[in-house]
Design a protein around this ligand. Structure first.
Ligand SMILES: C[S@@+](CC[C@H](N)C(=O)[O-])C[C@H]1O[C@@H](n2cnc3c(N)ncnc32)[C@H](O)[C@@H]1O
Length: 270
């Protein structure tokens, strides 16, 4: 199941530019859970599938040490370039072989990445590295999202739906895991103490041009580009034109979009 989607530096750079930090609402949810289940001290957090560090940075003020791990060297390079905190390090590595000592980690987080993991091996590794009462948090979001602008929100949301219909042939088992909100990942968590937080709607405001970059950086669209370069480029250009026409604005106009997050939480037995 492990996939090397982000190997190309171009994709990692796009990711750095167009992906959002993990929302505070998600970080708060995870930290409150850890506080309730295990409590302080918060010594070591590991962010697996950290990408270019968007999901890692929000943890730095709460832990003595944070480590971001990703299979992609290009993503790790991007993460290192942007890092400003001195209690964070990044390294290339596999989710299924984290390399920490037994019972040494307080919290493992995975943002929008666990759908690609070999679940059996990953869960064994989590059971090994977590401290007793240590926690695991797997979160993700579903696209397409809802776009809001004046009175044309329905049209805009439909345009995004059309894009995802076009991308349907490139869906994989990983995409299906995201669509079904990590149902099989929940079942694979080996700890009896587990919970699911769903329907966490987060609103972002960004220029239309940024939103197009965000769509471009998705693995599904990058797969379309790799397989049918000209078709993919034309489709995205057309999507942008349709959005701008419906809104009657230029590509720097701000659009609001709402994304639905969900999060699985679990605590290792004592
Ligand atoms: C969609 S990105 C998410 C990045 C970041 N966590 C975020 O929230 O924006 C998924 C990341 O998972 C990484 N990945 C996929 N399979 C992996 C594996 N088996 N071990 C480690 N990283 C993996 C990819 O290289 C990619 O950087």
């Amino acid at each position: 199941m492990t996939q090397y989607f982000f190997e190309k530096p171009g994709h990692a750079a796009l990711y750095q530019k167009y992906r959002l930090p993990s929302p505070n609402e998600i970080n708060d949810l995870i930290l409150n859970y850890l506080q309730t289940k295990k409590g302080k001290p918060f010594t070591l957090a590991v962010d697996v599938g950290c990408g270019s560090g968007q999901s890692t940075r929000g943890l730095t003020s709460y832990f003595e040490e944070v480590v971001g791990i990703d299979i992609s060297e290009a993503q790790i390079e991007e993460a290192k370039k942007m890092e400003r905190s001195d209690n964070v390090s990044y390294r290339q590595g596999l989710a299924e072989e984290l390399g920490f000592q037994d019972g040494s980690v307080d919290l493992v987080t995975v943002g929008a990445a666990a759908q690609w993991f070999d679940l059996e091996k990953f869960m064994k590794e989590i059971d090994r590295v977590l401290k007793p009462k240590g926690c695991l948090a797997l979160y993700c979001y579903t696209v397409p999202c809802i776009l809001n602008f004046d009175d044309c929100s329905e049209t805009l949301t439909q345009i995004i739906q059309d894009l995802f219909t076009e991308l349907k042939p490139y869906e994989t088992i990983a995409t299906k895991r995201v669509w079904n909100e990590y149902r099989d990942l929940f079942d694979a968590i080996p700890f009896p103490d587990k919970a699911r937080a769903k329907d966490i709607f987060i609103t972002f405001k960004k220029p239309v041009s940024w939103f197009i970059g965000y769509l471009n950086s998705s693995v599904l669209f990058q797969t379309y580009l790799r397989e049918k370069l000209e078709d993919a480029k034309a489709f995205m250009e057309n999507t942008e034109q349709r959005l701008l026409k419906a809104m009657g604005v230029s590509s720097e106009a701000i659009v609001e979009f709402r994304t639905k997050y969900y999060c699985l939480l679990a605590s290792k037995p004592e």
